[in-house]
Design a binder for this molecule. Structure first.
Ligand code: SF4
Length: 232
């Protein structure tokens, strides 16, 4: 039987498209949510990668001393397609950020991002360096920030517990991953690494601003005022 691709409203609850014709959600969501969220928050699988010194603390957190298995999070996966948590653990360089965004786009919903340490959250000691971005949240939606340089394993665990609490607040009736009418929703543009990082969302703005100041671009200046070679 064909299923209409429209949501329905039951009281204050918007019924997800996928469930509208199968389950009477209304008050059932209140029953399902605790079970649904309990199982999700106790089986978060992080994607395996580290960027800099913070990654050492992340690895340490996964060791037997701190025992991430208590939270069901010890299964670090080697592919984003089997992961639902990305821990940005370390300095995000301009060369690395296109790869990070590409990996994030390959993760299935629901997915979460934890920004670990000063570098990932704002550039840290390398802020405004020529090769470092000042925060991964310029490119991806961050769910939890963990401060520190580096954060201790206890601080990372605190951040993971904060993420669990955030998951507890989500509802199957309003979860964004069941409400996608636009198939490209949730796909984040991969920045292009050229002479510098270019955010494709700002390409028109960059072109307009560049056109206003041609003299500041040596290549354009040369075009505008061609030099005559050789003696006159
Ligand atoms: S926040 Fe500190 S410890 Fe973490 S990657 Fe940056 S410099 Fe290294």
């Amino acid at each position: 039987m064909a299923v209409a691709n429209t949501g329905a409203v039951n009281g204050d609850v918007v019924v997800p498209d996928e469930l509208a014709n199968n389950v009477f959600i209304g008050t059932i969501a209140k029953v399902l949510d605790p079970i649904y969220n309990w199982s999700r928050r106790n089986s978060i699988w992080p994607v395996t990668f580290g960027l800099a010194c913070c990654a050492i603390e992340m690895i340490c957190t996964a060791s037997s001393r701190y025992d991430l298995a208590r939270f069901g999070m010890e299964v670090f996966r080697a592919t984003p397609r089997q992961s639902d948590l990305m821990i940005i653990s370390g300095t995000v360089t301009k060369k690395m950020v296109p790869t990070i965004v590409r990996l994030y786009n390959q993760m299935p919903e629901p997915r979460y991002v934890l920004s670990m340490g000063a570098c990932a959250s704002g550039g840290g000691p390398f802020k405004e360096g020529y090769n470092v971005v000042d925060g991964i949240d310029k490119f991806l939606p961050v769910d939890v920030y963990v401060p520190g340089c580096p954060p201790t394993p206890q601080a990372l665990i605190n951040g993971l517990i904060a993420l669990q609490e955030k998951i507890d607040q989500q509802s199957i009736a309003t979860a964004p991953w069941y409400n996608k009418k636009d198939p490209t929703a949730g796909i984040y543009p991969v920045p292009v690494l050229g002479p510098d990082l270019v955010d494709l969302r700002q390409l028109d703005l960059i072109r307009r601003e560049a056109a206003k100041h041609p003299a500041e671009d040596p290549a354009r200046a040369t075009e505008a005022e061609p030099q005559t070679a050789g003696p006159q």
